[in-house]
Design a protein around this ligand. Structure first.
Ligand SMILES: O=P(O)(O)OC[C@H]1O[C@H](O)[C@H](O)[C@@H](O)[C@@H]1O
Length: 563
């Protein structure tokens, strides 16, 4: 625990850059405590926090210190270390990208910087394409505008593992934030060639890889789908529209208010396609133009949300699980039909993603690997396949949180490819007199209806953090067979999977999964990226109404423990 008042004093004397000094002077006691009571956590997700002055905030000093630690790690590990840096449309993302570049350059780490904002998958791609030792993406993904973050990629293009994160953190912790960080002048480093801008050819190579994800294998479809697309004021505009147009999808209407990059996200405070409000304006556009398909990508363009028309012509938003099931089924069926299914095919999903996917995959002879929450674990599995010279076995990876990937060209979720494959899937079903909605109903009638929901509960600040820990403890102590809470929503708890003990060969993680009667389940875990507890509920039932009723009761029981 830092002595927050001393830290604050030290920052008042030393933090002269950017707008920090004036911010520091305006802070209340409560704000000072929250901004200085700890260092912003550096973990496998890198850094993520609110923008502002303090050790527990995202600012040029915390970014520079993390970069110095990472540079020290890279210099020890590589004889000619290099790094790729990308950034999104968030407040200060470009400033933090330049700050990080200046630190790497000062430490002899050759820096490849994207010259303009770009999606997360382009960083993962460029790391491998340019044979860099690491990658950085300045983004807080889908969080509200007050957040920013610093995602770190290894030389395999995958977000860093727990071991690498611990080693980097070890380096960061040795540093004094004001004394030990080396930095060059940005413009001087560019003219000396220590920082180079990534050329457009790399973006083109990325887009070519995305286009290669097509699974039509020569089948002709009509590409006149009327598409409404929103980049939610983030990075998707250029790569998504370029890919769609180059693949023949030209009937695209952009959501004008969300077209251009804007880190304030003026039309949707939570620029997350998981959240209904983020899709609201897109839905208005879709209704107005009678569009076939609505697509929205989050600010760093690794998630994509969609709406399609149901059998009454009404727009429905599909969940990440539903879109994932559909893409999995589409990709597998096309591969099977065209004899393109690789040997020993593999699908990877996380333990909080719909288990029904496993049955669909099995019907195509595809093996499922379940990993912990976080797309990095899906990327890691592709890496394992690569080491075994079986990269082609990877057929699809997805998460309930709207992340999809069908190839090995990147090792993080890719909403550019996701958006494109969704359009292709639409066209394919249209060519066969069907629709995405009908296909989903077909899957449910074949495998049984299954409702999957996510509920998040915010716990801000140090007090919130403690409260969240206590709640997790209560779930450990009170819920399970033979305990005070022996059932959830009237469904008996049959088994508790406690991932904190390390299960199924997975790394230890603070996650509890309750397997309930009748093929239902509930998973509880603290978010790794926001001060939230997340509860994932899965209910199998004969009808949607029945499933909703059970789901409501499960939520009620969970919330009683939360209170
Ligand atoms: O649930 P959190 O730890 O906040 O992470 C939120 C999400 O972050 C990334 O998008 C990961 O790939 C997802 O797996 C995860 O669901």
């Amino acid at each position: 625990m830092l002595l927050y008042k001393d830290e604050y004093q030290c920052w008042l004397e030393n933090a002269v850059e950017d707008d920090l000094h004036s911010l520091l002077r305006k802070m209340s006691q409560e704000e000072i405590e929250d901004a200085f009571y700890k260092n912003l956590a550096f973990g496998t997700g890198g850094l993520r926090g609110t923008i502002g002055a303090g050790t527990n905030r995202m600012n040029v000093y915390t970014v520079a210190k993390a970069s110095q630690g990472l540079a020290d790690y890279l210099v020890k590990k590589f004889s000619r270390p290099s790094v790729v840096i990308g950034f999104d449309s968030r407040i200060k993302s470009d400033v933090f990208a330049r700050t990080a570049a200046s630190v790497f350059a000062a430490n002899g780490v050759l820096t490849h910087l994207w010259p303009h904002l770009n999606p997360v998958p382009t960083v993962s791609f460029a790391v491998r394409y340019l044979s860099a030792s690491a990658g950085i993406m300045i983004t807080a993904s889908h969080n509200p505008s007050k957040y920013n973050g610093y995602k770190v990629y290894g030389e395999d293009g995958c977000q860093i593992t727990t071991k690498a994160a611990a080693e980097i953190l070890g380096e960061i912790e040795k540093l004094d934030i004001f004394i030990d960080v080396k930095r060059l002048d940005f413009d001087a480093a560019v003219s000396e060639g220590k920082i180079t801008y990534i050329s457009e050819d790399v973006l083109t190579a990325f887009i070519e890889n995305v286009k290669n994800q097509s699974v039509l294998f020569g089948e002709k479809v009509n590409r006149d789908a009327s598409i409404v697309y929103s980049p939610l004021n983030g990075t998707g505009l250029i790569p998504v529209t370029r890919t769609l147009k180059e693949m023949g999808y030209t009937n695209i209407t952009l959501v004008e208010e969300q077209r251009l990059p804007d880190g304030a996200f003026p039309t949707c405070p939570y620029p997350n396609p998981e959240i209904r409000e983020a899709m609201a304006l897109g839905l208005e556009y879709a209704r107005r133009c009678n569009a076939d398909l609505l697509l929205a990508t989050d600010p760093d363009c690794d998630r994509v949300g969609i709406a399609v028309k149901d059998d009454r012509g009404e727009y429905v938003l599909l969940s990440g699980n539903e879109t994932g099931l559909l893409l999995l089924d589409y990709i597998c069926s096309q591969r099977a039909k065209h004899h393109k299914m690789p040997d020993n095919p593999v699908m990877v999903k996380t333990i909080v993603t719909m288990d029904l996917a496993e049955r669909i995959a099995a019907d195509y002879g595809v093996r499922t690997v379940n990993v912990l929450t976080g797309f990095k674990y899906i990327g890691e599995q592709i890496g394992f396949l690569e080491q075994a010279k079986k990269t082609d076995s990877f057929v699809f990876g997805f998460e309930e949180s709207y992340g999809y990937l069908s190839g090995s060209y990147v090792r993080d979720k890719d909403a550019v490819a996701g958006a494109f494959l969704i359009c292709e899937m639409f066209s394919y079903y249209a060519a066969h007199g069907s629709s995405i909605w009908e296909k989903l109903q077909e899957l449910f009638s074949r495998y049984g209806y299954c409702l999957n929901t996510l509920h998040s509960y915010e716990f801000d600040g140090p007090a919130g953090f403690e409260k969240m820990k206590n709640i997790m403890r209560r779930f450990h102590e009170e819920a399970g067979p033979g305990k005070t809470l022996a059932s959830l929503g009237g469904k008996k708890i049959l088994k508790v999977l406690d991932y904190n003990q390390g299960l199924d060969g997975l790394p230890k993680s603070d996650v509890l999964k309750y397997l309930l009667e009748d093929n239902c389940s509930a998973v509880i875990r603290p978010s790794g990226t926001e001060p939230k507890l997340k509860v994932y509920i899965s209910v199998s039932a004969k009808t949607k109404a029945e499933a909703q009723e059970v789901e409501r009761k499960v939520v009620g029981d969970v919330e009683r423990v939360l209170r």
